[in-house]
Design a protein around this ligand. Structure first.
Ligand code: HEC
Length: 187
């Protein structure tokens, strides 16, 4: 039934962009569900680690646990999931491709025009794939590792310098868009 509904939806709407509402397309809903499954887990784990061992001790959560969780999502759902940014910390993992870059630039424009960053998303069927990105706004907790120089402790700075010589992901303030969660799946 789900497949049938989807087939019908693709006939009527060959692709759906950010203006789509829940229910417009099963693929959009599925992508949104996958993309929103990880950030709350990451946030809770980051907070717990920061409470336990300080921000420097929480760096492995972003560095090692995030890709592990992504691997698990791929295994369980068939969706590839990653994080991308216009100002990367890990340029190997998080450099956006052209489609992601255009979406991120559009998110920045729309946020500057007053749209709430947490609502920014884009879903689109491209060729034989469905792709979806959702903005990741900076929350107070993120500033420990992505804020201005005076918000980042000396030990965090030292670890970042050691692992990320090309780090461009500092100097953010609360509410700005740090990047996006990007998911894709063959149709
Ligand atoms: C304890 C330090 C720390 C905190 C807190 C933190 N991050 Fe990060 N963040 C990192 C590190 C380290 C990386 C690089 C991960 C890697 O190697 O893939 C990273 C990478 C990212 C990336 C991937 C893009 C890139 O630049 O490489 C995004 C997006 C991101 N963080 C968003 C956030 C958001 C949003 C928050 C707050 C909810 C946050 N981070 C909190 C340390 C942190």
């Amino acid at each position: 039934m789900k497949a049938l509904l989807f087939a019908a939806a693709t006939l009527v709407t060959p692709f759906v962009t950010s203006s789509a509402h829940a229910g417009d397309e099963p693929m959009l809903e599925e992508a949104r569900k996958v993309a929103t499954s990880l950030p709350p887990k990451m946030l809770a784990t980051l907070q717990a680690e920061i409470d336990k061992s300080g921000p420097a001790g929480a760096i492995p959560v972003c560095k090692d646990m995030a890709p592990k969780m992504a691997g698990k999502v791929l295994q369980e759902t068939g969706w590839k999931i990653k994080r991308v940014s216009l100002k990367t910390r890990n340029d190997v993992r998080a450099t956006p491709d052209d489609w992601e870059k255009a979406a991120l630039e559009d998110f920045d424009k729309r946020a500057a025009a007053g749209e709430p960053p947490a609502k920014l998303e884009k879903g689109e069927k491209i060729g034989n794939e469905y792709r979806y990105v959702k903005a990741l706004p900076v929350q107070p907790l993120c500033l420990n590792c992505h804020g201005s120089a005076d918000q980042i402790s000396a030990d965090v700075k030292a670890v970042l310098k050691e692992h990320y010589p090309n780090d461009r992901a500092t100097g953010y303030s609360e509410g700005q868009i740090r990047g996006a969660i990007s998911v894709r799946k063959p149709l």
